[in-house]
Design a protein. Structure first.
Lengths: 96, 240
């Protein structure tokens, strides 16, 4: 998928490695981000991954619905990306 | 750099180190429905669950002390830690129908998710896990916010604005709107506050949320930040 975001390739690889459990891959992808984007960017990418590792679990665990304004705004790409198939989708879609 | 990350080769910004330090301290302090020993144990069990499932925690040390916890707590800790994407309403109802208070459910989620956050940050930068301090004395407050209601979640939440009354003002400030994710754990305000503080420091503050040019580092744009956020959320199958 072309995101038109600079350095998307290495950031996505870093995010994937953070989620998975391969320490060699994590080290490799972290070094890629570090060498191409710098220390500050590496820290912020790590902080972002940490934050959403938390928030995703909160959302999944208490069954929150997405805000009503976002339901219509996201309708077109949710289906395309398979997001409607998540177990957590029922928390919103099941209440429409 | 604070003591929290004195071992880091990366120069971690002060506010981030501070909020992680405060988070770690909160795990060993009395909470609302659990005392300090129990809270510390919940975090230790979450780490053990992740380690046993193969989720890497650098420098892992098993800190479990076999402190007794309510029925259902172990299952909740395990599932939230390792496979939260599978949680549905039946899971929640089963636990709270079999000995776990809704308030305890919420506090456990707060502890586990905040622990995952700090641990993920450490692992991402190649740092060993931050060790838990000894549990501090004190009793749980057992305070229930009197304006908490069922709204956008399975559990009661404190609504923003006038409906939320004084509890809302204390937790959210003077605002008529708060994102559902930040009111999600408000049945236990201490945990909701902890999540919000981490969110504002690790991600974007509420005042900057609509600023799509916001950045903390000139080499990491808002778009790049959202890309990483979206990827992690997709991997966690988080619809929200």
């Amino acid at each position: 998928m072309d995101t038109e975001v600079e350095h998307a390739d290495i950031l996505l690889a870093y995010a994937d490695a953070i989620y998975a459990s391969d320490s060699n891959e994590l080290e490799r992808t972290r070094e890629q981000v570090h060498s191409r984007m710098g220390s500050g960017a590496t820290i912020e990418a790590a902080a972002t991954a940490a934050n959403f590792s938390m928030l995703d679990r909160v959302a999944n665990a208490v069954g929150i619905q997405i805000e009503s304004m976002a339901i219509e705004q996201t309708e077109d790409f949710r289906g395309e990306l398979g997001i409607n198939e998540y177990v957590s989708a029922a928390n919103t879609l099941g209440n429409l | 750099m604070s003591q929290t990350y004195s071992d880091s080769a990366f120069a971690i910004r002060t506010d981030l180190a501070a909020v992680h330090g405060a988070t770690m301290e909160s795990f060993c302090a009395p909470g609302t429905w659990f005392d300090a020993k129990e809270r510390r144990e919940i975090v230790a069990l979450s780490r053990r669950a992740r380690a046993e499932r193969g989720f890497e925690i650098l420098g892992y040390i098993d800190e479990v002390l076999d402190i007794s916890l309510p029925s259902g707590a172990l299952k909740l800790i395990d599932v939230v830690s390792c496979e939260s994407e599978k949680i549905d309403k039946n899971f929640y109802l089963e636990l709270v129908s079999n000995g776990l208070l809704t308030e305890q459910y919420v506090e456990i989620i707060g502890l586990v998710t905040r622990a995952v956050s700090v641990d993920t940050f450490c692992r991402s930068l190649g740092l060993s896990m931050r060790l838990l301090a000894d549990a501090r004395d004190g009793v749980p407050s057992r305070a229930i916010p009197d304006t908490a209601v069922i709204d956008h979640a399975w559990v009661p939440i404190i609504p923003a604005g006038s409906k939320g009354g004084a509890p809302a003002t204390v937790l959210y400030g003077e605002t008529d709107f708060v994102a559902n994710i930040f009111s999600a754990l408000s049945l236990v305000p201490g945990e909701a506050s902890g999540v919000m503080q981490l969110g504002q420091t690790q991600y974007v503050g509420m005042n900057d949320f609509q600023n799509f040019k916001f950045f903390r580092d000139e080499n990491f744009s808002r778009a790049q930040l959202e890309l990483v956020a979206a990827r992690i959320s997709a991997l966690n199958n988080c619809f929200y």
